[in-house]
Ligand binder design. Structure first.
Ligand code: ADP
Ligand code: ASP
Ligand code: MG
Length: 422
């Protein structure tokens, strides 16, 4: 049996028919090495955005099932065109949608999780020496319902398929040459990382580095699928390898910086300081499926014995939050609720920052030196996040990138030295 390589091509890589032909060549190069190739494709260019806009034109709150029916068509177009492009070169290729590839998800529209992939049908086509092209982003739930995995979800389709068919490797082809220390569109002299651990990539993806869909990294870690992020256009460059931390040669203090503009801040004012109120508040939000990220509760004020509770939620959940806001107010007996949607969360991530208080101090000082006010802070073992004004997000990323010596002319320091050891 040949080794199987899974290749995933994102929207920019298949944006027009010339690019689809370019992708066909990349696939054939891998096949020429004697490997079997299974390909996952995203929709062409900005197709998914365009389809969302069409839906909005006919209905301001479209039915999630119909939205999935619509959005899933984007990937069908690119998959079949790519199969045709490969067939035009005299190669055997077949495109499969999620039902044909047997990618099963839970029955949740818009952000379904893959629960199972039955590999037999994909393997049968491989045995028939065909290049298998599978639609990313879509799945199938009970009773043949079409689901989608959430924006950027084709990465997750690719990794899940790679795990199911026991592929040697999963290559994520995109429009940049790998994973960088921050978004190269924000900091042009960001450094490309030769390798990064699953944990660091997962944390970076969760805090806004949209080069990888977070669930794809989770799945890769769970099934130990080696991942490579690389360019569709400069294929000689090997890109960035994402792998287990124990396999890494270098541990960095801070590996990357990211900004996330997808959240907004809610401040619930003057919540009576009695046991149970925070529980009531967050239970109510959970009941309505509203995810909360950062949370701060102020000290009880002496004069009226109340707290302010501030937290962040995702902008996508604002309508649902607005629906429960009045109930929350009366249930908690708070004075007011403010919403601020002009905020950004900037984060630094690195496996080597565990137990290093100097890293947090340097982050806060760097933001202060740039006159950027910190509104909230949250930390985990390998991440520190600060909430700042949206207008400061880019400056904050640039300043932090510089302060932690991540600029490309300083990459030597990134590879091992801690700022306090210089
Ligand atoms: P695709 O369509 O191939 O899935 P995406 O747009 O989802 O591509 O992801 C690639 C983009 O991710 C890049 O163009 C880049 O602007 C952005 N990005 C954000 N953070 C990073 C990072 N740390 N390293 C590389 N790219 C990043
Ligand atoms: N086409 C989908 C999107 O634009 C999925 C993907 O590209 O990964 O989000
Ligand atoms: Mg993507």
């Amino acid at each position: 049996m040949k080794n199987i390589i899974v290749q995933k091509f994102g929207g920019t890589s298949v944006a027009d028919t010339d690019k689809i032909k370019n992708v066909a060549n990349v696939i054939l190069k891998e096949k020429a090495k004697g490997n079997a190739v299974v390909v996952i494709v995203s929709a062409m260019g900005h197709t998914t955005d365009h389809l969302l806009k069409l839906a909005d034109e006919v209905n301001k709150s479209p039915n999630p099932r119909e939205l999935d029916m619509l959005l899933s068509t984007g990937e069908c177009v690119s998959a079949s065109l790519l199969a045709m492009a490969l067939q035009a070169t005299g190669n055997k290729a077949v495109s499969l949608n999620a039902a044909q590839a047997k990618i099963y998800t839970e029955k949740v529209h818009g952000s379904a999780r893959i629960v199972d992939i039955k590999p037999e049908s994909i393997l049968q086509h491989i045995n028939n020496d065909e290049i298998v092209i599978i639609t990313g982003f879509q799945g199938i739930a009970d009773e043949n319902e079409i689901t989608t995995l959430g924006r950027g979800g084709s990465d997750t389709s690719a990794v899940a398929v790679a795990a199911a068919i026991k592929a040697e490797r999963c290559d994520i082809y995109t429009d940049v040459e790998g994973v960088y220390t921050t978004d190269p569109r924000i900091v042009p002299n960001a450094s490309r990382l030769e390798e990064i651990s699953y944990d660091e990539m997962l944390e970076l993806a969760r805090v806004g580095a949209n080069v990888m869909h977070p669930r794809s990294v989770e799945t890769a870690k769970q099934y130990n699928v080696p991942l490579r992020v690389r360019s569709s256009f400069k294929t000689d460059n090997l890109g960035t390898l994402i792998l287990g931390v124990e396999e890494m040669e270098i541990r960095r203090t801070v590996t990357g910086v990211a900004a996330d503009l997808s959240q907004l801040r809610v401040v619930v004012c003057d919540v009576p300081d009695v046991p149970g109120n925070a529980g009531k508040l967050f239970e109510r939000l959970a009941d309505d499926d509203i995810s909360v990220d950062m949370i701060i509760q102020s000290y009880a004020r002496k004069h009226n014995n109340t707290n302010d509770i501030a937290f962040t939620i995702y902008k996508n959940d604002l309508d649902r939050f607005n629906n429960v806001m009045d109930e929350i107010k009366s249930e908690l007996g708070c004075s007011n609720i403010f919403i601020d949607d002009k905020i950004a969360k900037v984060s630094i991530v690195g496996a080597g920052m565990i137990d290093r208080p100097g890293i947090a101090a340097l982050m806060f000082k760097t933001l202060a030196d740039s006159d950027i006010n910190i509104r909230m802070i949250s930390t985990s073992e390998i991440k520190i996040s600060c909430l700042v004004d949206e207008a400061c997000a880019k400056d904050a990323v640039k300043a932090l990138h510089k302060a932690f010596h991540l600029d490309s002319d300083e990459i030597a320091e990134v590879k091992g030295t801690l700022p306090d050891e210089e």
